[in-house]
Design a protein around this ligand. Sequence first.
Ligand code: CO
Length: 199
Amino acid sequence: MLRIVKYPHPALRYESVPVQRIDDSLRDQVRAMFDLMYEHQGIGLAANQVALPFRFFVLNVSGDATRRDEELVLINPEIVKRHSSVEEEEGCLSFPGLYAPVRRARKIKVRAFDLNAQPIELDADDLLSRAIQHETDHLSGRLFIDLLDKRALATVGPRIQEYVEAFRRSQAQGEIASDAALTNDLDALSKRLGDLAVR
Ligand code: CO
């Protein structure tokens, strides 16, 4: 049973490991992630946002669960080109309700593998480009709040502190494990090198 983790869960700062095997258990995880993403009105979800420390994410920039043709799964993605830059509002399912302006490349080229283990190369601009950059950052433990300028950070800083306090309260009440225990789980999973079947 997958759940979206919220900041500052250690999975969000975890350096995810490459997927080694694309199999039915990975396909099951992907389907479950799409369902969670739609349920929370998102357009993208990285594996470490459901505490799976592997380098893949799901996307549907239409945000429409009926538009399966718009679904994208990028496995072991690498952004190989970035062109010009643009600032837009951005949010993240691990920071529900938080939005802030983030500057990112306007156009990118990304290489990855799809669910059939086929290499894909994609040129993206606008929202798709932004979403791919946001999700690829997640896989290396980078968050959109890391990219805010001083003014944006001053605006959303108190809100970020509220996420931290809520998370620590849940830990104190035993609803969420300690950071050390959560990190141990991530280490154990990542050592299985992409074998998502064992969980
Ligand atoms: Co996010």
